[in-house]
Design a protein around this ligand. Structure first.
Ligand code: CO
Length: 208
């Protein structure tokens, strides 16, 4: 990568935007009003706006290794708080992807130093679903299923937060779990049955 090229690309991008709309940046500077909070993986192959067809200003984005929502991670908890209470998004999406390096690393027993506590959250997902996962002989299928179950569990972590519980109750905020299939470019809706999951877990996590 050449840094000089990046600035040249930027100049061309600005020119192109202004050619289509002379007020593009003026309007952008007025503020943001995104309807969606997207929580995805940092993987360079899995973009946020581009794969969903969104433009700048339309989606609030958080990306980390393996699209995690750890309960004590101040960064993701601040993102959810800000998106729900201040931006008033109507949708929260957790988007995983097949062939996720973070999920793969969590399936192996290697000591990865500072990554260990982060990956342990994914190992916890494996432990919670170990009967289903261990019954899958094909390693590739097991890996894909763990990606899906990880998305499901991170959605549950989203739902557990006080802000989301309140917004779900008061204004029908929706939480979705998706997987991006790198092989085909397709976005897959896992169609997680949240009302059932909510019923099951809310006796433990419900807040006033
Ligand atoms: Co990934």
């Amino acid at each position: 990568m050449k840094i000089k090229q990046v600035f040249e690309n930027n100049k061309a991008w600005v020119k192109n935007k202004l050619r289509h709309d002379a007020n593009y940046f003026k309007n952008l500077s007025l503020g943001q009003n995104p309807d969606v909070l997207y929580i995805g993986c940092s993987d360079s192959r899995v973009t946020a706006e581009e794969l969903m067809g969104f433009s700048p200003g339309e989606v609030f984005v958080h990306r980390n290794i393996a699209n995690m929502v750890p309960n004590t991670d101040l960064s993701i908890m601040s993102i959810i708080d800000y998106a729900v209470l201040h931006l008033k998004v109507n949708y929260i999406v957790v988007c995983g992807h097949y062939y996720c390096g973070g999920v793969k690393a969590a399936m192996q027993s290697e000591d990865l130093g500072i990554l260990n506590p982060w990956l342990r959250n994914i190992r916890d997902v494996y432990r919670m679903h170990k009967d289903e996962l261990n019954a899958i002989d094909d390693e590739d299928k097991r890996y894909k299923r763990l990606v899906e179950l990880n998305v499901q569990e991170q959605c549950i972590n989203v739902i557990k937060t006080a802000e989301v519980q309140r917004a779900y109750r008061d204004r029908g905020l929706k939480v979705h779990g998706w997987v991006f299939d790198i092989h085909s470019g397709e976005l897959i809706d896992l169609k997680i049955n949240f009302s059932k999951i909510l019923e099951d877990i809310m006796q433990i996590y419900r807040l006033k």
